[in-house]
Design a protein. Structure first.
Length: 480
């Protein structure tokens, strides 16, 4: 029975531990580091064959020097391994935890190709930098000599934080604006704490604050300032606002009480994990405890929702996806994790309506089958009446992915060029938008993507902005 399996593996206290003080947090970090005890990391690192064709590095968006830091780890030279790993990434311990390694570095490990299982690159990366924090090897952010120029970064997610760090190190005054009360973007309020412990994100942000980056939390561009106002405050701007317009399920009953958005659900859970007062959670509106939960969608956000519901103590958790397992967009590893925790996957099923008296009580399910392939070669789902049925549900979470918000309209910036999907257009070489001195990076440029790509984009944007700002400073000097 699914519920028994769930309870065996996970518990509510794991999702919402009691609020921790500074001494507790130090213990937390020690415990996090202990979980990846040195012999395991060194043994794993020693499995790297130093194959000379580092497909792992090629397929890592940051082109991390993986074989080199694996060799240093295997030799016990952890500090050097950390320094090398840190040279290409602003958040190695975060990527080590949440990159879909099976699709990136580990999926392209030569040892994996020989059928012996990839070196667990992500967990070694995590271990190296957790150890560096523990040992005090992580250096403070030291600003470069002041240049007298200032940069505004809109969005404190991984793209914005990465760019802010590199720009500050280059001597710019850096201000980060974010509409949330905490920095981190989806690292803080999207990705659940059981995948990415929040103190790990907080210590990164604290380091940036100590390095003189000024954070303006609770500051929403479009409400608290227009884009033009921010442009007049800074010499250059970076837009790194991510994508937040939830795709809708346009079926009857989609707005019934008990039918909720994935990000509202995950944010409430993450806030609870921080020890915040979260009335929507406490009233039960966004708490799955004791509920029959149905999550709609087949991507990684849906996986985070089902696994959160299990930890909240749901009575049952089902995931409805209109294609089959082989055509699911979510990571295979995540599906397997969810199944092991007791989640039931209902393949070839889509919602037809959400029904109930005053709040959702059931999902009318439309059976699907895979029809002819579309232009992209993907078989399109079509209705299969044999699969129609009702499914009891008292909490439905819609997790169909996200598109870009309409920034030109919301920000009163009609000249900001966007694609037909609403993502911000940048020049591929300069990374500048259609507005002079305004750059963009991360999901708002690529569409919903990955943390490691946001870091890469933040790194590239910082380098392009630095180049542009230096040229601006030179031309001002000439004009004077
Ligand atoms: C539920 C979920 C789970 C995920 N899990 C993973 C995972 O396991 N691994 C992985 O690699 N990727 C994962 N991703 C994707 C990953 O989180 C994103 O690709 C990444 O965070 C994008 O970074 P970003 O900096 O571009 O944007 P974000 O992280 O979205 O940050 C953007 C920031 O901009 C702020 N902002 C937006 N508009 C404004 C405004 N008008 N004014 C001021 N501030 C504003 C937001 O508050 C936010 O803090 C997940 C995504 C979701 C939704
Ligand atoms: S950043 Fe991600 S892809 Fe690159 S080595 Fe680390 S875990 Fe692998």
């Amino acid at each position: 029975m699914a519920t028994d399996t769930m309870l065996k593996f996970v518990g509510r206290e794991q999702a919402y531990p009691a609020k921790r003080d500074a001494a507790d947090r130090a213990d937390d970090f020690r415990e996090i580091a202990d979980r990846y005890a040195p012999p395991a990391a060194e043994d794993q690192a020693g499995r790297c064959s130093q194959c000379g064709v580092p497909y792992c590095s090629v397929h890592c968006p940051l082109h991390n020097h993986i074989p080199d830091w694996l060799r240093l780890t295997a030799e016990g030279r952890l500090r050097e391994a950390y320094e090398l790993s840190n040279a290409t990434s602003t958040m190695p311990e975060i990527c080590g935890r949440i990159c879909p390694q099976d699709r990136l570095c580990e999926g392209n490990c030569v040892i994996e190709f020989t059928g012996h299982g990839a070196v667990t690159i992500g967990s070694v990366e995590k271990f190296i930098t957790d150890t560096a924090w523990e040992e005090g090897w992580v250096e403070p952010l030291v600003p470069g000599p002041a240049r007298g120029q200032s940069v505004g970064v809109i969005g404190a997610g991984p793209a914005g934080l990465t760019a802010a760090e590199y720009l500050r190190a280059n001597g710019y005054e850096v201000h980060v604006y974010d509409r949330h009360d905490r920095a981190g973007g989806l690292l803080t309020y999207g990705i659940p704490g059981f995948k990415l412990e929040k103190p790990v994100v907080t210590r990164r942000v604290d380091r940036l604050v100590a390095g003189g980056i000024v954070f303006h939390q609770g500051f929403e561009v479009g409400r608290d300032a227009s884009l033009d106002e921010l442009r007049s405050r800074h010499d250059a701007l970076l837009i790194a606002t991510g994508v937040y317009r939830a795709r809708q399920v346009e079926v009857p009953g989609h707005d019934l009480p008990g039918v909720v958005e994935s990000l509202d659900y995950l944010t409430a859970s993450n806030r609870k994990g921080f020890g915040d007062n979260v009335p929507e959670f406490d009233t039960g509106a966004l708490d799955a405890a004791g509920r029959h939960v149905v999550v709609i969608g087949g991507g990684d956000t849906a996986m985070d929702c089902v696994r959160t519901a299990v930890r909240q103590g749901a009575a049952s958790v089902k995931c409805l996806y209109r294609r089959d397992r082989a055509n699911m967009p979510g990571s295979r590893r995540e599906v397997q994790n969810a199944e092991e925790e007791g989640v039931e996957f209902v393949w070839l099923a889509a919602p037809q309506a959400f029904e109930g008296e005053g709040r959702v009580e059931r999902v009318r399910v439309r059976g699907m089958r895979l029809g002819a392939a579309d232009a992209g070669g993907r078989r399109a789902p079509e209705h299969d009446p044999a699969g129609d049925r009702d499914m009891p549900a008292d909490l439905v979470v819609k997790a169909l992915g996200f598109d870009a918000e309409e920034l030109p309209r919301l920000w009163g910036a009609a000249d900001l060029g966007v694609t037909r999907w609403g993502t911000v257009l940048v020049d591929g070489r300069t990374l500048m938008t259609s507005l002079d001195g305004v750059f963009a990076a991360g999901d708002i440029v690529r569409g919903a993507s990955l943390v490691v790509w946001a870091i890469r984009d933040g790194r590239d944007a910082a380098s392009a902005m630095h180049k542009w700002l230096k040229a601006e400073a030179r031309s001002r000097k000439v004009a004077a």
